[in-house]
Ligand binder design. Structure first.
Ligand SMILES: [Zn+2]
Ligand SMILES: [Zn+2]
Length: 483
């Protein structure tokens, strides 16, 4: 059998659990292997020496000597989609592969993708619900906290501080989630209004206080933190909160609580994640702050309170999947609480407590959200009730991508009515990234076949288009993100 997981390095206990339960060696496949290790795992899978193959998305290409079952765990996870080079969705390939072998496939998730739920509704898949949580734990209680109605300290509202104190005093652990690493997202000069920009992107540089550096989270540009405003010489100040600043604030508010931060910066050194998880499970850490990394398969049985510091980043996204991603993240983070006998409490800080998405989640859980979201997608004719493809182009010259996409649009429309709507070209919301200007053309069809027909005719024409040589272009079918 094959088991796909989003990220093996973040779930070291998974492999050992399988090794303990199943006889014979495991073939473990992920990106951190050496070529020799990968070859050995590949051979073990092909020769049936290893009856179980565990791996991240590329493991879907592993040979299976005796295919019997494919399991895709956390099937909603975006990491199953390879976003550059050869673009593919390991989940969708797993579905195709299971069909070809004539074997069952299990897609597992506490927050199934709308694609998978639509397959259930269409009768193409069966929903197997696991209504009871492990060890009889009760589901966490979600509560919205109106940020406009309360004073706050560096983004932490006063009632949140009180709740954290209450849970710490009762011997619980508290998890504070914020999907923004670094100290502050902006370095600002109050005297003249200067904001530290990335020289290569239409974006701001993030302040990393401990490193005394400014870093672009889009292109990786790094520079030393200036002591004063480069324009007027007055003192500058960091504005907004990232995990590093939240950690500093929590340390000041709850001295001696035992604090750990889990994000890409804090966990950079090999072994630091294991060491931190060890400290958490030993009870040395009572307060945990982190990014999405916290949601990836970790179990914190003593966590009794989860705080979502800012739910609003995903509420008004331009992408049609923004709401789905936000709902999944909130439910996944909330799921870390109250796994053992104590019921968990979840506080979601927001400036929009009346927002329908948040209300659905709080009142009816993920199921209610997903049902409403599916209706919305169907009415708007977006996936999973339509197929889309995106042609992206970028170049160092601003005009080149738009010229190429304009030509691509003409070529797409040349064949007469294909049943595919061509939208754009449009520049990306963040037009310049890593020194390149970016734009895209969106193809939208009611179903698979007209899109497939158009692509088959169109892509060879694109390859011969003279303006194509002046840009870097890529076609993304079923994109996870529109830009
Ligand atoms: Zn200034
Ligand atoms: Zn940049």
């Amino acid at each position: 059998m094959a088991l796909l997981v989003p990220e093996i390095s973040l779930t070291p206990q998974l492999v050992s659990r399988f090794a303990a339960r199943f006889p014979g060696p495991l073939a473990v496949l992920h990106s951190a292997l050496t070529d020799t290790e990968r070859l050995q795992a590949w051979r073990a899978a092909r020769s049936a020496a290893a009856p179980v193959v565990i791996g991240t998305r590329s493991a879907i290409f592993a040979p299976l000597a005796r295919p019997e079952l494919i399991v895709v765990d956390e099937e909603h996870d975006a990491s199953y989609k390879q976003q550059d080079g050869f673009r593919y969705s390991a989940r969708d390939l797993a579905l195709a592969r299971a069909q070809r072998h004539g074997i069952p496939i299990v897609l597992g998730s506490a927050t199934p993708s709308l694609e998978s739920l639509a397959r259930v509704r269409a009768g193409k898949a069966r929903l197997l619900a696991l209504p009871n949580r492990t060890a009889g734990a009760r589901p966490p209680v979600l509560q919205l906290l109106d940020l406009r109605a309360h004073a706050s300290t560096q983004g932490i509202a006063t009632p949140t501080v009180v709740a954290i104190q209450r849970h710490l005093s009762a011997g619980g652990q508290v998890l504070v989630y914020l999907n923004r690493r670094g100290y502050a997202p902006t370095l600002f000069c109050p005297a003249c209004g200067w904001v530290a920009p990335c020289p290569r992107c239409d974006a701001r540089l993030t302040v990393h206080q401990r490193e005394r550096s400014l870093e672009c989270h889009h292109c990786g540009t790094r520079r030393a933190m200036p002591d004063a405003c480069p324009d007027c010489g007055e003192p500058v100040k960091p504005v907004g909160q990232g995990t590093e600043r939240v950690e500093e604030t929590l340390a000041a508010l709850f001295p001696g609580a035992g604090l750990a931060r889990i994000d890409r910066d804090a966990m950079r050194r090999r072994g630091s994640l294991e060491a931190t998880l060890g400290r958490i499970h030993a009870g040395e850490v009572r307060l945990l702050v982190g990014t999405q990394m916290l949601t990836k398969g970790h179990h914190f049985p003593d966590v009794s309170l989860v705080v979502v510091l800012n739910a609003d980043q995903g509420l008004f996204g331009t992408d049609f999947r923004a709401a789905e991603r936000l709902a999944q993240t909130i439910v996944q983070v909330a799921g870390r609480a109250g796994r053992a006998e104590r019921p968990g409490e979840v506080l979601i800080q927001t400036e929009y407590p009346e927002h329908p998405l948040l209300r659905q989640l709080v009142d009816g859980g993920y199921e209610a959200f997903a049902a409403a979201a599916l209706v919305e997608r169907e009415q708007a004719c977006w996936p999973p009730y339509a197929r889309v493809a995106v042609l992206r182009a970028e170049a160092a010259l601003r005009e080149a991508p738009l010229a190429f996409l304009e030509r691509a649009r003409e070529l797409a429309l040349e064949g007469g009515d294909s049943g595919v709507e061509v939208l754009g070209p449009a520049s990306a919301p963040m037009e310049r990234r890593a020194g390149h200007y970016r734009a895209q053309l969106l193809l939208h069809a009611a179903s698979h076949s007209p899109l497939q027909r158009l692509l088959a005719r169109w892509v060879p024409l694109l390859e011969e288009t003279p303006t194509a040589r002046k840009v870097r272009w890529a076609l993304d079918v079923d994109p996870l993100e529109l830009f």
